[in-house]
Design a protein. Structure first.
Length: 391
């Protein structure tokens, strides 16, 4: 389609908006209940999204050809009298989509949800969504469409279910056929493609404490004889002599592997523990380190690092894990700093570098991370919708 109008439901900061505009679309309606997202939507697109879709009558919506929605995942009812699929979706936010489509029969729909939607509620959620769309006259893909930014050269592993539909009740049994070409593999990407090479704001750099902890674990990795580590290294259990019978099997297994690691590297580990005062100055959770890089890198400082509640995690620098609305912002080991807000925007394909129409993130850094973490990936949605419009 050369030009079309779309509505942006559960719009957040406008990931769908960005994708549709790039394909020639014009947004005529947006709906979002988060006040911080509303402020950014108006700032970036010059229109209000401060509307609760539950309060909008479908006949009051303007004309549009594409319905976009990154709807929340909720379990559908299986109790009581069910008068059909519409009744099963009642009370959920997907129902708001159903009632609009029932009245408007918009030509195309582009929906997004977490990958877990497919198995959610033992598959009941996905089944009802597919059946609901078919009942409304929409052709969909034969099987769930799972896409991730890293397929398209964006260094983020973020698998999501993309639900595409075309209103075509006369050919409802013909699945949509899509051709994305050959997807990139994880190892084809590099995080450095979206990172600033030069200095960034001082507040992004890691603390002296974090630097000390990571230096210690880097020394540890380079000092032991095991390079492919398939279990969390748990310093508190190197010298464990307790009873295994009272422990969960998974924990007992990890502890036994840590004991063997210690016994095989006793001389080095004893010196390491002595150097760092048996980790007395470390936060308890930092006594644990997960190395998830195989032999692709040889130093903590070459990886992507997170200080997590479960310990320190080091991963390969080809992709970031999915941005989510949380506080464990990834650390780029090479640069001794955290991912910036602008870099988070690039991971979600928002045009912060566009000279003419740059996307403006929230001034509050935590809000900005949260908003990008909750957003759809713009390029993934653009590519999916582009394929849909070819039908």
């Amino acid at each position: 389609m050369e030009s079309f109008k779309f509505i942006d439901l559960f719009s957040g900061i406008g990931g769908f908006h960005q994708a549709m505009v790039r394909l020639g679309g014009e947004c005529v309606f947006a709906s979002e209940i988060d006040k911080f997202c509303n402020a950014q939507y108006e700032k970036n697109y010059g229109m209000s999204s401060d509307i609760n879709i539950r309060a909008v009558k479908e006949e009051d919506l303007p004309e549009f050809q594409v319905l976009c929605a990154g709807f929340p995942c909720q379990a559908f009812s299986k109790a009581g009298k069910q008068e059909g699929l519409e009744d099963k979706t009642r009370g959920t936010l997907f129902f708001e989509i159903v009632r609009i489509l029932k009245q408007r029969h918009t030509p195309y729909i582009v929906l997004e949800n977490v990958r877990n939607l497919v198995s959610h509620d033992h598959g009941n959620t996905w089944r009802i969504i597919q059946e609901s769309l078919r009942e409304l006259g929409y052709r969909t893909t034969a099987s769930p469409l799972i896409l991730s930014p890293h397929y398209f050269g964006i260094p983020q592993i973020r698998e999501r279910v993309i639900i595409l539909g075309k209103y075509d009740p006369d050919h409802i049994d013909e699945p949509l056929t899509l051709d994305f070409g050959e997807f990139k593999k994880k190892e084809d990407n590099s995080i450095y493609d979206i990172l600033e090479e030069g200095p960034v704001d001082d507040s992004y750099y890691i603390s002296d404490y974090e630097k000390m902890v990571l230096t210690a674990w880097d020394e540890f990795y380079n000092g032991i004889d095991l390079k492919v580590i398939g279990f969390p290294i748990w310093a508190d259990y190197f010298k464990y002599t307790g009873d295994f019978d009272d422990l969960p099997a998974w924990k007992a297994g990890f502890i036994k592997k840590n004991i063997k690691l210690y016994e095989d590297n006793k001389e080095f580990i004893d010196k390491w523990l002595d150097k760092y005062d048996n980790l007395a100055g470390f936060t308890k959770t930092h006594h644990k380190m997960e190395w998830q890089c195989g032999t692709n890198i040889s130093s903590v400082w070459d990886g992507v690092i997170q200080f997590r509640p479960s310990g320190i995690r080091v991963k390969n620098p080809n992709n970031f894990q999915a941005l989510v609305a949380m506080v464990q912002i990834p650390i780029i080991g090479k640069y001794r700093r955290r991912l910036t807000v602008e870099e988070a925007a690039r991971l979600q394909s928002f045009p912060v570098d566009d000279k003419d129409h740059p996307f403006i993130p929230d001034d509050n850094r935590q809000q900005a991370y949260k908003q990008f973490g909750n957003s759809v990936n713009v390029e993934v949605i653009r590519r999916a919708a582009e394929e849909l419009f070819k039908q």
